[in-house]
Design a protein around this ligand. Structure first.
Ligand code: CU
Length: 109
């Protein structure tokens, strides 16, 4: 019984230490994955491939002109809220090697 109590004590200590690592990881993610926001119009939605084709406005931060292009989406469910022809606001991160990835997208009302 005494041994069990020691185990629990150790477990509690490790749990208390965990948030330090979590914050650290979060900080790194924020640095590496700067997110950009832009507006545009949905040209096509491909739920099967988790992609959306957008005619987007310029993104000055990236020196992108306005253009029509495909974006990958982080979660297929994001595409349930938009359809072709919708004016949208979206946020994306740049992922090395696989292009921009949309993390948020919503129709503009
Ligand atoms: Cu583009």
């Amino acid at each position: 019984m005494k041994k069990l109590l020691i185990c629990m004590f150790v477990a509690i200590l490790s749990t208390a230490a965990a948030p330090v690592y979590a914050n650290d990881a979060h900080h790194q993610t924020a640095d590496n994955q700067k997110s950009y926001s832009a507006k545009g119009e949905v040209v096509a939605v491909d739920s099967a491939l988790s992609k959306v084709k957008l005619k987007h406005d310029p993104v000055p931060e990236l020196k992108w002109p306005s253009m029509t292009m495909f974006f990958n989406v982080a979660d297929k469910a994001l595409l349930d809220t938009v359809k072709s022809g919708d004016q949208v606001e979206f946020e994306f991160v740049k992922v090395d090697g696989s292009g921009p990835l949309i993390t948020k997208i919503k129709p503009v009302k």
